[in-house]
Write a protein that binds this ligand. Sequence first.
Ligand SMILES: *[C@@H]1O[C@H](CO)[C@@H](O)[C@H](O)[C@H]1NC(C)=O
Ligand SMILES: *[C@@H]1O[C@H](CO)[C@@H](O)[C@H](O)[C@H]1NC(C)=O
Ligand SMILES: *[C@@H]1O[C@H](CO)[C@@H](O)[C@H](O)[C@H]1NC(C)=O
Length: 183
Amino acid sequence: MDLQFIRLFSRFLFLCLLVSTLRLPHRIWANVSTEKEKTLAMIKPDGVAGNYSDVIKTAIFYSGFSITQEMLLELNEETVRSFYAEHATKSFFPSLVQYMSSGPVLIMVLEKVNAISDWRNLIGPTDANKAKVTHPNSIRAMCGLDLQRNCVHGSDSPQSAYREITFFFNKSSSGYVSRHDEL
Ligand SMILES: *[C@@H]1O[C@H](CO)[C@@H](O)[C@H](O)[C@H]1NC(C)=O
Ligand SMILES: *[C@@H]1O[C@H](CO)[C@@H](O)[C@H](O)[C@H]1NC(C)=O
Ligand SMILES: *[C@@H]1O[C@H](CO)[C@@H](O)[C@H](O)[C@H]1NC(C)=O
């Protein structure tokens, strides 16, 4: 058997499931908001190294987002510390910094109506182990490993989205820090 083919085919099946489950509820709730919103999405080092960027971008497009900006870059420890500044006192902070600076990440600005919550629905719970049980069709269930190495990031509120987008795509305000819980 061709293992590569099986792997690609299972990713394709995963995508079909993902797209069909994501579309349904948002049709029903479609009139909650009609204004386009932006959110910051990031494919973390394990996601990029595991070659998940393409399948994730395909899921992004099929779910109706447009990618307005993107860049592949390797974060240095200083940048990670600043991005996750509100976690600085937590015990997991040193390993978070080490993990996030361990290889290239793909940073994207996604745009659509309800972009922030729709992206978070698509990626699933923060803890990838939990995601595999409760949200088996989510991106984190596909490529996340645990609570920290959870493959992707998404802004958790409009305030976080604004701060995170300007953090990476506007040098003049990259020192600005506000609260966000999402890892
Ligand atoms: C959809 O819009 C209508 C009219 O503005 C409103 O009455 C209704 O409550 C909205 N539905 C939801 C789920 O927000
Ligand atoms: C990712 O793709 C590159 C280039 O095709 C390949 O060398 C590498 O082994 C792949 N990594 C994984 C984890 O599949
Ligand atoms: C970048 O920062 C400048 C000055 O703070 C601001 O005027 C501009 O709108 C920002 N651009 C973006 C894309 O956020």
